[in-house]
Design a binder for this molecule. Structure first.
Ligand SMILES: Nc1ncnc2c1ncn2[C@@H]1O[C@H](COP(=O)(O)OP(=O)(O)OP(=O)(O)O)[C@@H](O)[C@H]1O
Length: 448
């Protein structure tokens, strides 16, 4: 294989799960679990895929390895002796896993292996671990029982267990040891690529480090390329060469680990990083908090999918509010649009220690502001007037009018424009419209 040829190339991969309803089981929509991701893994490289739970990491893994069929896109695997292949006349690629037939898939399953978070669940409790590993050799055609046993015993030792463990059963091992057996099973067919889906997240922190270091050693020893999936930026930092940050089915930033940690460009990456516990007790900085959960991939936000949770969400040109107030305003706007403001409950709470007469409209409006962390007064007069009008409508139970007022005034380009990737050099790219604006203003300045 030439050095310039990646072992794995994922091109615009999508996995949409159809949502069906009614007696006729009609398709009414789709959960876009993976929605057009592209990245590559070079030989010997470890690429991380990181993001919160539900952002599509596991679906990406199972689609790449074709445990499920992707909806669209290509997965070009140049392992085995497939390297150097070029595209067919019709534009398809002979190494595209998504098009492999049964025979090609069987071969691919030898060359690319997957490790799961919970190895215990994939072991048969009534089969010795040695047999479980050796079974892989048998399935792939190795007839000689003694040879199989010798290979597996050697491998058990190489993953830090002993040859005698061959005849023991899964329940006799700790979590960390089971993951070592999982590694032996993934390695027994001498694959080129391993996809590890949260391989250490079920383990104690002290054991995590041991297993990570073992994976690192085995990677060198076996010349492996790795796709390493984790929700934990700390783990990613310790093992990966490059990392792709995923949010709601898309990659929002990709780059070399060191560079990305030193100079994160996407607000989501910043937020994931600030969630890493800082071991330095002197550091009292608060970090950025990642609020809420990943929205549903069935109905993702328009424009930049992250804008509903983004601490850097761009303001419309007319305003120059405190950034936090702006973010709260947009969250409030969203809550109003789904009638997520319970005025009765807010009134009841306001009544604690106060009489009915004291709860004037103005008190109630100020309680609604408190409930949604909105400042008691916005620094911009026009914005304040709009918010106050919307609050009047809300306490009059006219959510339609409040929604209209807020939505016509408080808009962000982030909900309108789908961000494209900006190149920050050395393969570091991120998809955020702030960069587009910055680049545009830099270009304008240069033109002047
Ligand atoms: N078979 C399915 N049908 C419909 N939706 C699905 C299916 N499998 C996954 N999803 C949805 O796709 C999204 C991505 O799920 P996925 O498990 O890939 O995320 P993840 O980042 O790996 O999270 P976790 O770490 O919790 O597994 C989620 O919203 C999930 O509910």
């Amino acid at each position: 294989m030439t050095n310039s040829e990646p072992i794995l190339q994922v091109n615009d991969l999508k996995k949409h799960y159809p949502i069906k309803r009614g007696l006729l089981n009609r398709e009414v929509g789709a959960a876009k679990a993976v929605d057009g991701i592209s990245f590559e893994i070079n030989p010997g490289e470890t690429v991380g895929l990181v993001g919160e739970s539900g952002c599509g990491k596991s679906t990406a893994a199972t689609s790449i390895i074709r445990l499920e069929d992707p909806t669209d896109g290509e997965v070009i695997f140049n392992g085995g002796d497939r390297q150097g292949a070029s595209r067919n006349g019709d534009g398809t690629h002979p190494n595209d896993v998504t098009r492999f037939n049964k025979r090609e898939l069987k071969r691919f399953r030898r060359e690319a292996q997957m490790i799961f978070q919970d190895p215990a669940s994939s072991f048969n409790p009534r089969m010795s671990v040695g047999r479980a590993v050796s079974e892989m050799l048998e399935i792939h055609g190795m007839k000689d029982k003694h040879r199989r046993r010798a290979i597996v015993e050697d491998l058990l030792e190489r993953v830090g267990l002993s040859a005698e463990d061959y005849d023991r059963y899964p329940h006799e091992f700790s979590g960390g040891q089971k993951q070592r057996i999982g590694l032996a099973r993934a390695l027994v067919l001498n694959p080129d690529l391993i996809i590890a889906d949260e391989p250490v997240s079920a383990l104690d922190v002290s054991i995590q480090a041991e297993v990570l270091s073992l994976i690192d050693d085995l990677q060198d020893e076996f010349g492996l390329s790795l796709l390493f999936i984790s929700h934990d930026m700390g783990v990613i930092k310790s093992i990966c060469d490059r990392v792709a940050v995923m949010y709601l089915g898309e990659i929002v930033e990709i780059g070399e680990v060191e560079e990305l940690f030193r100079n994160p460009q996407h607000p989501y990456t910043e937020e994931l990083m600030s969630a890493i516990p800082n071991p330095d007790p002197r550091d009292r900085s608060e970090g950025i908090s990642l609020s809420g959960t990943v929205p549903s991939p069935t109905n993702p936000p328009s424009g930049c999918k992250f804008h509903t949770r983004c601490h850097k969400v761009v303001q419309s040109d007319e305003f120059d509010l405190e950034q936090e107030a702006w973010q709260q305003l947009l969250t409030f706007r969203q809550q109003v649009s789904i009638q997520g403001v319970d005025v009765d409950e807010i009134r009841e709470n306001a009544l604690l220690g106060r009489s009915e007469e004291e709860i004037t409209d103005s008190v109630l409006k100020s309680e609604v502001r408190k409930e949604f962390d909105l400042p008691s007064e916005l620094s911009d007069r026009e914005a304040e007037k709009t918010l106050d009008n919307a609050l009047d409508s809300i306490i009059a139970d006219d959510f339609e009018s409040a929604t209209e007022t807020l939505q016509s005034t408080f808009t962000t380009p982030c909900e309108e424009i789908e961000p494209e990737f900006t190149d920050h050099g050395d393969g570091h790219r991120s998809a955020c419209i702030r960069h587009r604006n910055e680049i545009q203003s830099m270009e304008l300045a240069a033109d002047d």
